[in-house]
Design a protein around this ligand. Structure first.
Ligand SMILES: Cc1ncc(COP(=O)(O)O)c(C=O)c1O
Length: 451
């Protein structure tokens, strides 16, 4: 059955509210007090306006079949998966996964601090270390746990953490677990970093300050000036952490992301990486400059010591992915990916869609008001295209957007089709956007009526 309750009062109540409204429930019963969230979510679900927690019925390739969390099937072009280098169904990757299972079984069966490492995970550490030109590497079971560890493992209650306001949850949670001295600076604003560092150092010359940024911010698809951050850190004796989850492996001639493009690989004190975007697996790492820092992290970061190690299958997959990414095939894949990104951004802008940020595998397309964005998202899947909707509080209020995720294997016709369907979906749901083909900025409903 297709969700189609447009204009009903249920739909209207599904168009308002946000996750933010239920973040601080009150009352003594922690189970009962979360029910209002479910009521709101279920209203949205019944109206077909809960686009989250979808599941795939096929591999997450450029076309796929998925279900929403009410069991409704969505089938068609897929721009919602994080597999930027299109490695998740690569024959060589599947082959090493099968071989690893034959040799090791499927489980690491322990923390890396005990007996969880395997020959494969140790080889993977060396592979990444070589890729990062000699940095020391600690593996983690997810990218999230790596980001958390890089902050929590090193920072102590008297230290200070200064984060970009858009820093990923894992970095913020790592900071919260470590100290109460947490500050946020304006997004990408190095002047604001320097001002805060000066203020901290004016009263505390004894303790550490960790400056936290990302080399590619996923919701906005933009990048800091890492050299300027390094200079500010040097001036105030601070340490620099760069989370490279989204660009490592997939951006730049050599796949070193913006750290490589800006010539800053050896200027970051701590690098966080995730395997889940370009390396076809769950998992992540923290890279540091010294063996001493590596050994410390292994025993003092909670998500390393008290969580199971990466499985042998994951280690084999990621190692093969690094091999491909470091080879001529990887260079060609990165080029196809960037060609797709530039083609998509160009065509979208020509069509009057508002594309945010800079070229990266994430193409944020502004939709605007949350209610219309929810309707547009439903319509898009009914038209046979899948793209993630991101709304407040993940992005600013009224700034809902499609977070389009591009893969190296997407074809031009698939990209063209997405743009066509996205415009139809936005027009159908009354979004405001500039339709240059029609001339002036239009309300899409008007443009649809005029057509
Ligand atoms: C900047 C950043 N760090 C860490 C993570 C977590 O990585 P994973 O999803 O692999 O656990 C993400 C993923 O969304 C991210 O965007």
């Amino acid at each position: 059955m297709q969700h189609n309750n447009k204009n009903s009062s249920e739909t209207n109540s599904a168009l308002v509210g946000s996750l933010r409204d239920y973040r601080e429930p009150r009352g003594t019963d922690i189970i009962k007090r979360v029910t209002p969230f479910f009521d709101w979510q279920d209203t949205r679900r019944k109206a077909g306006l809960w686009p989250y927690s979808k599941s795939t019925d096929t591999a997450p390739t450029t076309t796929c079949t998925a279900k929403d969390d009410d069991g409704e099937e969505v089938s068609g072009i897929n721009f919602a998966s994080q597999d930027y280098m299109s490695l998740s169904s690569h024959p060589a990757i599947k082959e090493v996964a099968n071989e690893a299972i034959k040799e090791f079984g499927v489980h690491s069966a322990g923390s890396a601090a005990l007996l969880g490492n395997t020959r494969l995970s140790l080889q993977l550490e060396s592979t990444i270390s070589e890729f990062l030109e000699g940095m020391e590497v600690v593996l983690y079971p997810t990218g999230w746990s790596a980001g958390f560890a890089a902050v929590q493992g090193f920072i102590r209650p008297n230290d200070h953490v200064l984060l970009d306001v858009l820093s990923h949850s894992c970095l913020q949670e790592g900071a919260k677990a470590a100290t109460q001295n947490i500050y946020f600076h304006g997004h990408l604003n190095v002047k604001s970093v320097a001002r805060r560092l000066a203020r901290i150092r004016a009263t505390d010359t004894e303790n550490a300050i960790l400056v936290v940024t990302e080399s590619l911010f996923s919701m906005h698809s933009d990048t800091p000036d890492i050299g300027a951050l390094r200079a500010a850190c040097d001036e105030y004796n601070a340490t620099l952490l760069v989370d490279a989850a989204h660009d490592i492996g997939c951006i730049g001639e050599d796949g070193l992301g913006h750290l490589g493009l800006q010539g800053m690989l050896h200027q970051a004190d701590l690098i966080v990486g995730s395997f889940s975007k370009s390396f076809a697996s769950n998992g992540g790492f923290v890279a540091v400059g010294t063996r001493a820092a590596k050994e410390y992290l292994k025993y003092y970061s909670a998500t390393q010591t008290f969580s199971n190690a990466l499985s042998p299958v994951q280690s084999a997959i990621v190692m093969k992915a690094f091999n491909i990414i470091g080879s001529e095939e990887g260079r060609v894949r990165r080029q196809s990916l960037m060609d797709n990104i530039l083609y998509m951004r160009g065509k979208m802008s020509e069509s009057g869609l508002e594309v945010l940020g800079d070229p990266s595998p994430i193409v944020p397309v502004k939709v605007g008001a949350e209610g219309q964005a929810r309707l547009a998202s439903l319509k898009l899947s009914q038209l046979g295209a899948i793209a993630n909707l991101v709304e407040y509080p993940a992005v600013p209020q009224g700034g809902a957007r499609f977070r389009v995720q591009v893969m190296a294997d997407h074809s031009r016709p698939e990209i063209d089709l997405l743009i066509k369907k996205m415009i139809m979906a936005m027009e159908d749901s009354g979004c405001q956007f500039q339709n240059f083909k029609e001339g002036l900025p239009l309300n899409c409903n008007q443009s649809a009526q005029a057509a």
